[in-house]
Design a protein around this ligand. Sequence first.
Ligand code: RUQ
Ligand code: CUA
Ligand code: CA
Length: 642
Amino acid sequence: MGSDNEVNDAQTNSRRRFLGKSAALGLAGAGVLAGCKENGAGAPGSASASAAAAGKSHGAGKAHVEPGQLDDYYLFSSGGHSGEARIMGVPSGRTLRRIPVFNIDPMVGWGITNESKAIMGTKPDGSLKYTTGDTHHVHGSYKDGTYDGRFLWVNDKIHSRLARIRMDTMECDKITELPNVQGFHGIFPDKCDPVDKSVNHTTRVFCGAEFAIPFPNDGRDLDDPSKWGSLFTCVDAETMDVRWQVRVDGNMDLTATSYDGRFACSNQYNTENAADQAGMMAAERDACVFFDVARVEALVKAGKFTTIGSSKVPVVDGRKAVNADPKTAVTCYVPVGKNPHGVNASPDGKYMVCSGKLSPTATVIEVALVAKWFDGELKTERDAVVAEPEIGLGPLHTAFDGKGNAFTTLFLDSQIVKWNVAAAIAQFKGDKTVKPVVDRVDVHYQPGHGYASMGETKDADGKYFNSGNKFSKDRFLPVGPLHSETEQLIDITGDQMVIISDHTAYPEPHDAIIVRRDIVKTRQIYNMDDFPNKVTADNAGITRNGNKVHVRLMSQAPAFSMPVIKVKKGDEVTLTLTNYDKVEDLTHGCALPTYNINFIVNPQETKSVTFKADHAGAFWMYCTHFCHALHLEMRSRFLVEA
Ligand code: RUQ
Ligand code: CUA
Ligand code: CA
């Protein structure tokens, strides 16, 4: 252990030196650092060993959920470049569900059925507009400052889309493509209406765009990035329509909202407005930009906006030059540590914390002071900063326990650092006796996001913190060049953090939220009447209109309603299937060989597919989802006449 620690210290020191010397940290640097940690704290079991050495007790929190027992929390996670969202149980780490969103998923038929294609968006020829996505952040709808269990939202960074997931069915019901932006990264719903104070639930979702692009992005200004820019976007939570956008100086990254509804904010790592990496690291400080939402909407109402290209979305100017007077400004740029990543609201509603990726600090911004700046009562934006503790190398995301402590992921140090917000503020005010850092724990390895149970609500309960690690290295059986990702669950109930479990994750989840299970109320059976195209005993069968054929089919275990379906080569076939089974979880599948059709229908659900019967033959349409002792016999002859 001792020699391990020496190795660690030596590595830490060399990393500190490296950081001090070289501005060119960037991704290549991080990769090198990731590699050099391999022989350090990397030995399997060293976390528990170091926990034991530090006198930490195990069993304070248990990750093991007995067979037949249920988890206490749902974890809703993004799936990164898989384009999906996921549900896991906490503390077990059991995977409960994968929710296709921007990706094609033959298990449910997402991207295959007409209904899912309509949500995903199609080209004029009916094919999907996009088949890829990159989900980073999942956030839930709020009521009274905590989750209400209605919706989840998740972003697609590749094609700048915002998706909504209904939490009663855990299915995506709407996707909106944001105009005029690229690299849509951070999202956050508001917690109450910024304009109508009587509305205490989520009304809008805010979206931060990371990459600057020309306006409009139609081939102009390709060689002059100084003319490019980024927009902050507001989407209506109910209709999912884009309400407005704000042009900013610099870029945006992650997004957060204040508990009082007044502000949305976003950390900016490229206040330099640079188009290359060195340029983006030039300034000593970057910013967290705050948006006064009601003021933006007043300008929109008053017609004080422009539009870009063919988009009709109002664009308000939030750049510094036109927002110099705080009393009329829509934006306030608060300086924070260099190249920050992440902005998180404390559950007491008082603070926003931004970590400087290239600065070993977290910047604590007091929301009430930002409000004072907008009221013209604060000298400079900088005065809204109330603490800036040194917490470690490569700080990214911060979570809270609701007891005044913050937990920040340290990418370079491969640690989670626990620090006390009040102590950090006291230290900033000049109290030299306080030490903000309370504890550190090694994680394996290079943590990105970290999030706590109910940590992004006023009900933060301080039970669990999950570290989403970017490199697993030796933690699991090797499975080829691409390793599994690690998620590590940490018990944060005591003064010291205790890692209680490791589990794997398919690459690569980014952010997640941990939601108390009593908040989530799913339905077990669909309401057949929710599907206007449901098949009934009256309309079941085949109807033909020229070469358009509609096959209306029902399923009830263990059979489809028609044993034989006959169409002609060249027909455009729409097949609609309603599942008449009413038993919970009694799902049927429908696959059609050589026609690329594969989807499921849950109890009382209706789905449809449309395809061209372009080759003749006999095709066994069969049930893919094990439903009955006669599941294998559940098949019909789909005959295409030459
Ligand atoms: S990001 S590891 Cu896409 Cu949320 Cu920070
Ligand atoms: Cu129906 Cu298997
Ligand atoms: Ca910068």
